[in-house]
Design a protein around this ligand. Structure first.
Ligand SMILES: NC(=O)c1ccc[n+]([C@@H]2O[C@H](COP(=O)([O-])OP(=O)(O)OC[C@H]3O[C@@H](n4cnc5c(N)ncnc54)[C@H](O)[C@@H]3O)[C@@H](O)[C@H]2O)c1
Length: 449
């Protein structure tokens, strides 16, 4: 594990192409014990954002072999928190080792440790050693900042922001997290998946030569809609339907396709310097779909001229594909089928998925919690999480505007699409018109610079 990680050296805060994209750690520093976090015998965890992923992540955390207790929960909505609590109480431990105990025996969340609303995260975090940040990504910069300020160990889901201003907040907090030696794992779980780790090591060992071209896809049907209810404020409507609003979601190029884009950054050991692309709303045009596009096709260009062709689409009835491919000077990698081919298409290597693949969602928790329990510092995923999130935002800016968008200009733009206040009666920057339709970006007309 330790040996599979490389030093993460930030050479410049500006030139993306010059940055090394080592996704995980760096500064592996086993043996360093926490001075800030007061970790006792039982590790206390707080869950911030008790939806689908939050429920999964806390069950995975409680299913590790470590001595952990869920002590606090926070969600914007009481119904979401209550549903999550019920699911966790009814779950069985996934860990089959002798030390495994049922998940619900590791839960101790009295009513006054369940926090509802926008600010509950602060109280919940204060009660814990480790925090799990699984709200939609628009809140991540604020929650991550607070967790770092309090000196907590952190698991946070991807994406880590939705706009360049949020990225800068995460980068600043990531720097402090490193100084404080706080473990930070980001839920870009391919970094914790055996097939990806194995194939990426082979890429880095030169088995396909230099990577000169890449493709990646997240093409599928799309997600849920929650119909507007009478009496809902605009903030509540957007929060319930967060997927369709950029300040909280980032559009699906950021929310989902980040996984695939991040794999190519990992292989390239850097981040693109510019992006150009096309996109729009071909079938998902109704008022229930907020402002996001249903497809984005982007060419990301890296400093050495390598082009990543990226596609993401939410259109039912079309072909589906979630995958990443690399083309090198000596061969190719197909990540989903876990194969390395020569340039003629012959299979040179196949990872045995049937016997060797793992559940990366469980592994990311197994590794984080074992590290925290041992008092070690190994994980510093936040910077790569921020830069890969920024890559997806760069793509969105390219498709929305129809312009070539330069990395340096975009990441330093200060663009901030977040409401100025998080409250149920907040004045939302994006409002529906008289027909309930939201303003949508128009390539050629939408401008950032
Ligand atoms: N790594 C993966 O493969 C993967 C899979 C699914 C989701 N995710 C990520 O997990 C995050 C959550 O996704 P989800 O599918 O669980 O969504 P969800 O809607 O099911 O859950 C989000 C929860 O956060 C709550 N919430 C919203 N704003 C909040 C705030 N300010 N404070 C506290 N709680 C708040 C919501 O009420 C909801 O319960 C997203 O960033 C998503 O991209 C990652």
């Amino acid at each position: 594990m330790k040996n599979s990680r490389r030093e993460f050296i930030v050479q410049s805060s500006l030139g993306a192409g010059a940055l090394l994209a080592a996704p995980l750690v760096a500064q592996a520093n086993p043996g360093v014990s926490f001075s800030q976090s007061n970790v006792g015998d039982t590790l206390k965890v707080a869950l911030i954002g008790c939806g689908g992923r939050g429920t999964g992540a806390i069950i995975q955390a409680l299913s590790t072999k470590e001595n952990i207790q869920l002590v606090a929960m926070a969600d914007a909505f009481k119904d979401r928190l209550d549903d999550c609590y019920k699911s966790v109480m009814n779950s069985r431990a996934k860990d089959t080792s002798a030390k495994a105990v049922p998940v619900n025996q590791k839960v101790n969340v009295p009513e006054d440790h369940k926090f509802v609303g926008f600010d509950g995260y602060k109280q919940a975090m204060a009660l814990a050693d480790v925090v799990i940040l699984t709200t939609p990504p628009g809140f991540r910069p604020y929650h991550f900042e607070e967790a770092v300020r309090l000196g907590k160990q952190i698991f946070m889901e991807k994406p880590v922001a939705t706009d360049p201003a949020g990225i800068q907040r995460v980068l600043a907090a990531a720097k402090i997290a490193k100084e404080k030696k706080l473990n930070v794992v980001v839920g870009l779980q391919r970094h914790y998946q055996n097939s990806y780790r194995d194939l990426m090591k082979r890429v880095q060992d030169g088995q396909i030569g230099d990577v000169v071209s890449a493709s990646c896809w997240w093409n599928n049907d799309g997600v849920w809609v929650k119909p507007r209810k009478e009496g809902q404020t605009e903030m509540e409507y957007q929060m319930r339907n967060w997927y369709y609003f950029n300040w909280i979601c980032g559009d699906h190029i950021t929310e989902q396709h980040i996984h695939n884009i991040d794999v190519i950054n990992w292989a390239k050991n850097g981040y693109p310097v510019r992006a150009r692309g096309t996109g729009g709303r071909e079938v998902r045009k109704g008022k229930e779909y907020g402002e996001i596009f249903d497809h984005h096709i982007v060419e990301f260009e890296y400093a050495d001229g390598t082009i990543l062709n990226s596609q993401c689409r939410h259109i039912p009835g079309t072909w589906t594909k979630v995958d990443e491919h690399l083309v090198g000077t000596k061969g190719k990698v197909l990540f989903d089928s876990a194969k390395i081919l020569d340039l003629k298409g012959n299979v040179n290597y196949a990872f045995d998925k049937k016997t060797k693949e793992n559940n990366p969602y469980q592994t990311e928790h197994d590794e984080l919690w074992a590290t925290v329990a041992a008092g070690e510092y190994k994980f510093a995923d936040a910077e790569n999480g921020a830069y890969s999130t920024m890559t997806s935002i760069l793509g969105r800016m390219a498709t929305y505007s129809g312009q070539i968008i330069e990395w340096d200009k975009a990441i330093n733009s200060g663009i901030n699409i977040t409401p100025s206040r998080f409250a149920w009666d907040a004045d939302m920057p994006l409002k529906p018109d008289a027909n309930g339709l939201y303003p949508v970006a128009v390539p050629g007309k939408t401008k950032y610079f």
